[in-house]
Every structure is written in structure tokens, then in C-alpha cells.
Design a protein. Structure first.
Length: 538
């Protein structure tokens, strides 16, 4: 193991950092952007989700370009796309130009998200491959944490803060560009293209020694067998052979369950859970979000230390079990909050313009109505007294009229979530979710997908599974609010929990252990003995 391998992983994993930074920074930036450009709900959703849409395209194109150009050129290209998108967003004068920047950077995110794990896995020694591929996920969560800090720093510049939030992504992308230019191509890709001299030179540079002939010969033998199968479209060949078909099914399910167990909705809803807990206010919510992102990063580090000790399979199953527990706990907290929902018992001065607020009967009904808030007082034991629903002045986070129109220690004001004595349960569920998701369900789908395909199918297999990840991300992001309306808040979390249970059963039955095996040994991971003999005879 040489320092060069760590340097290679560092420069490639900047792509993961940019992935995390962009997904993390947009939540804070959109608060300011909505004020500057006076965005409608449609444009707000378009700017946020547009990146996810082009990331799907970027993942598919990345698979094609990985096969034809190689891993290194795709990483260099993605870093250039990142830089261009960040610059366009930073200087955008209209919402249309901003949208173009968001669409451009989505292509880079999608391409890098499927290329980085492959490149690192193919360069890493088998004893360290799990740790090094998991480092990419650490960079993703680290990017989300840094994005939260940047949001907090520039949130006070209401006019131009968003430009710095989005434009600063150009700095790491430029570093990635120059770093990837000096990196070698993947030795395994070079051998697949019969460039043996270049492959040997690259592997000697990565390993820091010249006795690499045994490793090169193992890769060459694998490629020789695979060339007998190289006829027709790659995806058709993957679906044609049972072993690669099984690998693709498992890979796509890993990425699908990662998103369908609700990671993005839990992270999105964390601010509301914190407000329910009575912790923080509008001035500190961004910094509390940064603390949550830091926890995500911290527990990802735990996964790096565990992945080569207990293996991928045990880490994946244990992580998903914790996620299941936390989702049902979150659903239970919201269910109990609904059952003990504070009532509207006091009428404020009636204003005929704002009767859509005064007509509500409970706190939850009140805060679920746009621009309405709940004003109340408490007695000595914390019981809710004199609750009323009034129109919210969102620019001052107070009521337009009545008791909560001015700052007063006698009355409390909520316009996002209701007070609840079960807030501790929701907050505990959030902590368990992050602590268990980050070390396993976060990195393992990427790690396993980078390992379990044969070399000829690796780029296409990863492109397909990454596209599934982004598609499920888009589906969950676009349906979460509607889902809460259809089956209630606790119902939404319980649904995600049931999906996670189904995923756990699937993984228990079908996901093998890949710890300690070389990529060439993993080529036969899903092959039965009869199928292996049949492939050799063709």
C-alpha cells in the first residue's frame, strides 16, 4: 500500500465531495434564491429537481464513455462540467440562467457518481478496496457538511449569499481537474483494450513496485475469457448471461433500497423534527442542520473502519436493520403527536381577510395551511393553553395580528410544526437513522456495485444501477409531500419502513460477501459451476 494510492483516491473522490456539496448547499441557497427571483413553487421544484434529472442522463452517458474513453478521461470531463456549472450558477442574472447551471452540474454529478467507485476499486489492492471505495462516501457526506457550514456563513448576505454558496463549488472542481490529469488510467481498463505495456506502467506506479506480473496475468486471463463473450450490445450481454443478470438485479436493488428507505426525506424533515423538539429557531436552524450533516460524516468514518473487519454483507444488513427501527420509531412519534394534537381553543380578533386560518380546529390543521401559525401559552407543567390559529407574517416569523404579533415571553409561536411531548421520540428516531444509515446503507451500495461485475460489464452495470439510484431519488423527492397528504406523516415513514423490511429480506437472501477477494475472483461471484464450464467451452 503506497501513498500514491491514497493520493489517487483523494483526487478521484473530490467528485464525491462535489456530489455531496451540491446536494447539501441547495437547501440553504434556495431560501435566498426564492426571495431574489420571487420563485413560484413550480420554479423552486424545477431548480432543485432539475439536477437530479440530468444526473440520470450523466450516469448513463458516463457508462458509455467509461467503456470507450476510459475512467480517467471521464473524471477529467466531469470536473470540467462541474466547474462550468458552478460558474454559470454563481454569475446567473435570471432564474433561466440559474436553471441552465443546475442542469449542467447535474451531468457532472451523474457521471462522477458512477465513475469514481469503479476507478478506485480497480486501482486499490483487494485488502484495502472496501475502505478506499467507502472513502468516496465519506467525501460525499463531508461535502454535505461543508455545504451546511457555507450556507450558515453566507446566509446573512440576503442579496448575493447564494452566489457564493453555489459558485464556490468551482474551487474543488478545479483541484479535481488538475489532480485527475496527472493520475494514471485504470490498469484493468487498459488491459481490456490490450494496452499491456501502459497497464504495467500504471500498475507499477500505483503499487510502488515492479513485481506486478502475477496481478497483471490474473487480469489478462480474465479478459481473455470475457472476450469470448464480447458480441452484441453490452446491456444485452449482461441480461443474456445468468451471472451478470443476477449481479445487475442485486446492484440495482441495492441502489433502489438506499433511496426508497427515505434517506432524502429524513434529511429534509430533520429541521422540522428539531423544531418539534423545541430546539432552535430560525436563526440557528441552518447551524443545527450542519451538526446533523457532521453526524452523518462522523458515522460514515465508522463504516470505513468496519467494512474490512466485519465485511460488506454484515455491515449492510446491520445498517438496514437500524434504519427499519428508526423509521417505525419516527412514524410512531408522528402518530402519537397526531393523537395528542393541541386544539384551537381561543379565537383571536377576527380579520375577514384571514378567516382560512381562524377556521382551523387543531394545531396540525393550522400549520398545514399555507401562511398560518399556532399561538399558545403554557402552564407550569408545560400543558398547552389558549391555542389559536392566526395568519403568519413569514418575513418576521410572527403573527400578523393578535397575541403573537409582537415578541412576548408569555406566548409561543409555531408555524412549521406543532409542540409535542413526543418530540424526544422523533429526535431519537432521527439520531438512530443517521447513526445506522451512514456506515452501511450509505456507502455499501456503491462499494458492492464497484466490485461484483465482470470487467466487461462493470461500466454498464454501474451506469444502470446509478441511474436507478437517481430515478428513485427523483421519485421520492417528487412524491413525499403528496404521500404525506394521502397516507399522513406517520403513514409515509411506515411505508418507507416496510420497503426497508422487504429490502432487508432481499439482501439477506441474495447479497454475497465480497470482503478480501480480488476483482478477478469476484468475476465468478454469481456463477454456478455448470455455468462456468459452459462459458469456458464457448
Amino acid at each position: 500500500m503506497t501513498l500514491y494510492v491514497y493520493m489517487l483516491t483523494f483526487f478521484a473522490a473530490i467528485g464525491g465531495f462535489l456530489f455531496g456539496y451540491d446536494t447539501g448547499v441547495v437547501s440553504g441557497a434556495m431560501i435566498l434564491i426564492s426571495e431574489v427571483f420571487h420563485l413560484s413553487d413550480f420554479w423552486h421544484e424545477l431548480i432543485v429537481s432539475g439536477t437530479i434529472g440530468t444526473a440520470i442522463v450523466g450516469a448513463v452517458l458516463g457508462g458509455i464513455l467509461n467503456d470507450s474513453l476510459g475512467r480517467k478521461p471521464v473524471l477529467v470531463l466531469c470536473s470540467g462540467v462541474f466547474t462550468a456549472g458552478a460558474v454559470v450558477m454563481g454569475v446567473a442574472g435570471t432564474k433561466h440562467v440559474l436553471l441552465v447551471g443546475r442542469l449542467v452540474i447535474g451531468l457532472g454529478i451523474g457521471g462522477a457518481s458512477m465513475t469514481v467507485p469503479i476507478y478506485v476499486a480497480e486501482a486499490a489492492p483487494s485488502s484495502m478496496r472496501g475502505k478506499l471505495v467507502t472513502l468516496n462516501n465519506l467525501f460525499i457526506t463531508g461535502g454535505q457538511f461543508i455545504a451546511s457550514v457555507v450556507d450558515g456563513i453566507f446566509a446573512y448576505d440576503r442579496q448575493n449569499g447564494w452566489r457564493f454558496m453555489l459558485g464556490l463549488a468551482a474551487v474543488p472542481s478545479i483541484i479535481m481537474f488538475f489532480g485527475c490529469v496527472i493520475l494514471p488510467e485504470s490498469p484493468r481498463w487498459l488491459i481490456s483494450k490490450c494496452k499491456y505495456a501502459e497497464a504495467r506502467a500504471a500498475l507499477c506506479k500505483i503499487r510502488g513496485r515492479t513485481d506486478v506480473d502475477r496481478e497483471l496475468e490474473a487480469v489478462r486471463r480474465t479478459c481473455k475469457v470475457e472476450r469470448k463473450e464480447r458480441s452484441g450490445q453490452v446491456l444485452i450481454r449482461i441480461l443474456r448471461f445468468p451471472n451478470t443478470r443476477r449481479a445487475l438485479l442485486v446492484g440495482c436493488m441495492l441502489q433502489a433500497i438506499q433511496q426508497l428507505c427515505g434517506i432524502n426525506t429524513v434529511m429534509y424533515y430533520s429541521a422540522t423534527i428539531i423544531l418539534m423538539s423545541g430546539i432552535g429557531n430560525s436563526k440557528t436552524s441552518i447551524w443545527l442542520a450542519a451538526a446533523i450533516a457532521f453526524g452523518n460524516t462522523l458515522f460514515t468514518i465508522v463504516g470505513i473502519f468496519l467494512v474490512e473487519r466485519i465485511g460488506r454483507r454484515k455491515l449492510l444488513l446491520g445498517s438496514l436493520a437500524g434504519v427499519i427501527l428508526s423509521l417505525f420509531l419516527l412514524g410512531g412519534a408522528f402518530y402519537l403527536a397526531m393523537q395528542h394534537n393541541p386544539k384551537v381553543s381561543t379565537a383571536e380578533t377576527i380579520n375577514p381577510v384571514f378567516t382560512h386560518c381562524t377556521n382551523q380546529t387543531t394545531c396540525m390543521d393550522c400549520v398545514n395551511v399555507r401562511n398560518c401559525g399556532y399561538c399558545y401559552s403554557t402552564d407550569s407543567d408545560g400543558s398547552i393553553l389558549q391555542g389559536s390559529c392566526v395568519y403568519a407574517n413569514t418575513s418576521t416569523t410572527k403573527a400578523w395580528y393578535g397575541r403573537c404579533h409582537t415578541q412576548s415571553s408569555q406566548y409561543s409561536w409555531r408555524y412549521i410544526a406543532c409542540p409535542s411531548k413526543y418530540a424526544w421520540m422523533a429526535f431519537l428516531g432521527l439520531v438512530i437513522y443517521i447513526a445506522t444509515f451512514a456506515p452501511g446503507m450509505g456507502p455499501m451500495p456503491w462499494t458492492l456495485n464497484s466490485e461484483m461485475y465482470p470487467l466487461w460489464a462493470r461500466s454498464t452495470g454501474n451506469a444502470c444501477s446509478t441511474a436507478v439510484n437517481w430515478i428513485c431519488n427523483l421519485v421520492i423527492s417528487m412524491t413525499f409531500l403528496s404521500l404525506m397528504g394521502w397516507i399522513t406523516r406517520p403513514g409515509a415513514f411506515w411505508l418507507y419502513g416496510c420497503i426497508a423490511v422487504a429490502g432487508w429480506v432481499f439482501f439477506f437472501v441474495f447479497v454475497p460477501e465480497t470482503k478480501g477477494k480480488t476483482l478477478e475472483e469476484l468475476d465468478s461471484l454469481f456463477v454456478s459451476r455448470s455455468e462456468e464450464h459452459q462459458a469456458m467451452d464457448q
